[in-house]
Design a protein around this ligand. Structure first.
Ligand code: GLC
Length: 736
């Protein structure tokens, strides 16, 4: 490229909310969300799903898709969304999301596949391969350790290196190596004291150096704190457009803290991806893909034989039968082309029972009257809190829904619950019901799928991709989740989800069927394992056979890891020999002391199971290797110091990186009033409030499109220098 170093800087930040600049032979790149379907915005762009987007197919959220445990299905969903993106002239789809569900309290868990790195990695890789097979670039996100929403733009995820490698990076590593994605998006948060967007270890050493990633890195929207530092660390594109960056990069070049070679490296990588021609492969996806997905994503958690439904005097209760929960809130939000509902599909009587999340006496009375005389009640419940930007306080279901269920089970002895939601919830209310079908957030055709499952036209084959704990406090991550907004200590180390050994209410990998399967004849050697599955029931069905490996004691591993899975569909009486090959991830442990992957010598126990707490077959193999690796070092985790500049009275001296909530205590009265008013105005919108509360002022240059002099003027005013601040506003300035 011929442009001079300053002109090339144009490429380092966006041109507007969704596009980069075209410059000197480098084409513009158009980005768009998202993981559940295309969120293409022609008008005002936003990163929270607040403004409209073009109608698109709404697929199951990643959390539901993972419950299919079906790589091919994940591929086809990626391909289908990629197709819609291609037709909308989108170059990079901002998906898949590969963050680990560290705690079910995270409001954005619905957008993540699993608590398990292996399942996360292979479902995510299949999705990414699908997107790229449609001729659109996939973008793995949010790299890395973005496991909670509150304070996500300032929070420091403090993780020991072995846990970071084995739990939080492995899914990204698998997807990079299996799918060769064109892009990776850095997370908002810091990792061990350094912003992910400025983290040389993550971007240059591990992603590029160790994994061989040769695509581009892009920040999350508003997720940079200094463009010169992030350029130096290997962040290629900052999004959206930021008017501060030019000044920061030019100043760093002048000071010599940024070398022109770093800019050249970024712009060359951008040019390679921007100018790459990506043809769509000629792949046909199955008919009714969205419905097929929802069929395979649903998990039958409880059933005393009431399902499939056997009689016709049935009543459906609950507003989600009229308006099913098909997706979560935030940047993944799709404007669905269509969304059917259960009450119109099923030929049964219907009653709301409750509406708008509140008990309504009249509605309740009508519902209970119908429940009294029905043979069977189908009661639809929906979790709350599945949105970006905010976290949950607990896993309880809405009080009004539980209270109504208690009344229904007193009136009717045959109750089936259909549960919508994108995360593990408390299910202590399920003791008196006959069946529980967990529908997840399964896209625009979930109602048709649920109807077919309830009526027995489809046999459920989904399995949980996260643990439903008996008690939230049984999960070690709970103690260190909602602590200080400026840092999170991952004291639980690798003991995440089923790896914590928690006694689950419904375990990772669990799911019932209308038929039964028998496992037999396991053989295992260094190359892999094989075994036979037989459908011993009387209906066709799908089973996800899971392979877990228990490491030798010297490996200091927390519990048997999921290291393979195969989904097989069998007719009644049919059997199949299943083979699972071991791979590079099967026997490795990360030795944090010597900073390398090793294999520990000893006996490896191989389990074949129908769930993480239901092993059917076992074998063992003995392997050579090193003597052992130390357990994760989690007791001495320390956050990087985060301090706010304060004056003698303790008032905050505001700067570019001061979060809005701290401006409430700014030196200047206007600053305090401004911040309090801004946050008060959005206090009833959790996604917006959560995203604004710890929003660094610098992002006003991006989301508010403010110029540098405007922000500098505001900061002076927030600090009480009113006249200097006003003078700044009117200062003549060429750029920024
Ligand atoms: C966000 C999200 C990211 C999304 C981006 C653009 O806030 O964290 O996942 O792709 O903005 O909408």
């Amino acid at each position: 490229m011929n442009g001079n170093k300053h002109e090339k800087t144009e490429l380092l930040t966006g041109k507007d909310f969704w596009n980069t600049a075209s410059f000197d032979g480098v084409k513009s790149i158009r980005f768009s969300d998202g993981p559940s379907g295309l969120r293409a915005q022609e008008g005002k762009g936003d990163h929270l799903g607040l403004n409209g987007s073009a109608p698109a197919t709404c697929f199951p959220a990643h959390s539901a898709l993972a419950q299919s445990w079906n790589r091919q299905l994940c591929f086809e969903v990626g391909f289908a969304i990629g197709n819609e993106a291609k037709r909308a002239n989108v170059d990079i789809l901002l998906a898949p999301d590969l963050n680990i569900k560290r705690s079910p309290l995270c409001g954005r868990n619905f957008e993540y596949f699993s608590e398990d790195a292996y399942l996360n990695g292979f479902t995510g890789a299949s999705f990414a391969r699908g997107v790229q097979s449609a001729g659109v670039c996939a973008c793995l996100k949010h790299y890395a350790a973005n496991n909670k929403e509150r304070g996500r733009m300032v929070c420091d995820s403090v993780v020991d290196e072995r846990t970071l490698r084995e739990i939080y990076l492995t899914a990204f590593e698998i997807a990079v190596k299996e799918a060769n994605p064109a892009a990776v998006m850095t997370a908002y948060n810091k990792l061990n004291g350094t912003y992910c967007s400025e983290n040389n270890l993550l971007l240059n050493d591990i992603l590029r150096g160790e994994w061989g990633f040769d695509g581009i890195t892009v920040s999350d929207w508003g997720g940079t704190s200094n463009r010169a530092k992030s350029c130096k660390a290997g962040l290629d594109i900052e999004m959206p457009a930021c008017k501060l960056s030019y000044a920061e990069v030019v100043a760093a070049l002048k000071e010599g803290t940024l070398d022109e070679s770093a800019i050249e490296a970024c712009t060359q990588r951008i040019k390679k991806i921007a100018n790459s021609e990506r043809a769509a492969q000629d792949i046909c996806v199955r008919e009714n893909l969205v419905k097929k997905c929802a069929e395979e994503c649903a998990v039958l958690l409880k059933n005393d034989g009431t399902l499939p439904l056997k009689n016709s005097n049935i009543v459906i209760v609950g507003e989600y039968a009229a308006k099913p929960l098909i997706q979560g809130g935030g940047s993944s939000k799709v404007n669905p082309k269509a969304a059917k509902n259960l009450k119109d599909i099923l030929p049964y009587k219907f009653a709301y029972g409750y509406k708008g999340g509140k008990a309504k006496r009249g509605l309740e009375k009508k519902a209970l009257k119908l429940c009294k005389t029905a043979d069977t009640v189908i009661y639809c419940m929906g979790a709350v809190g599945d949105f970006e930007g905010a976290d949950r306080k607990d896993l309880r279901m809405p009080e009004n829904q539980v209270r109504l269920l208690e009344k229904i089970v007193k009136l009717n002895k045959r109750v089936v619950v259909v549960l919508f939601g994108g995360c593990a919830v408390d299910t202590s209310w399920d003791k008196d019901i006959n069946a529980l079908l967990y529908a997840g957030l399964s896209g625009q055709d979930c109602a048709a799928a649920i109807a077919d499952i309830l009526q027995g036209k489809v046999n459920p084959s989904g399995k949980l991709a996260e643990t439903f704990p008996q008690d939230l406090n049984d999960l070690p991550s709970t103690q260190n989740f909602n602590g200080n907004p400026y840092y999170t200590l991952y004291r639980e180390g690798m003991r995440v989800g089923y790896l914590s050994g928690v006694k689950a209410k419904y375990a990772f990998g669990f799911g019932l069927s209308y038929t039964q399967f028998r496992y037999s004849d396991l053989k295992a050697d260094e190359s892999g394992a094989s075994f036979t599955i037989e459908n011993i029931g009387n209906v066709y069905g799908g089973e996800v056979a899971q392979l877990y490996i228990e490491y030798p004691e010297a490996a200091n591993a927390p519990a048997p890891f999921l290291k393979g899975f195969e989904k097989v569909f069998l007719n009644a009486g049919e059997s199949k020999r299943v083979e699972i090959k071991f791979d590079n991830y099967s026997f490795r442990s990360y030795d944090a002391k010597n900073k390398k992957w090793v294999r520990v010598a000893g006996e490896y126990k191989i389990y074949i199971g129908a769930a993480s707490d239901d092993f059917k077959l076992n074998a063992s193999i003995t392997l050579d290797g090193v003597n052992g690796v130390p357990a994760p070092e989690t007791q001495n985790l320390k956050p990087a110091e985060y301090k706010l500049n304060r004056n003698k009275k303790g008032r905050v001296i505001v700067d570019l990186n001061t979060p809005l909530c701290e401006v409430k205590n700014a030196k200047g009265t206007f600053g305090r009033l401004f911040a309090k008013a801004a946050l008060h105005f959005v206090k009833n919108k959790p996604t917006v409030y959560g995203s604004m509360e710890y929003l660094p002022l610098r992002t006003m240059a991006q989301f508010g499109k403010m110029k540098l002099k405007t922000i500098e003027g505001l900061i002076l005013i927030f600090n009480g220098s009113y006249f200097k601040g006003l003078a700044k506003f009117f200062k003549k300035g060429k750029r920024g």
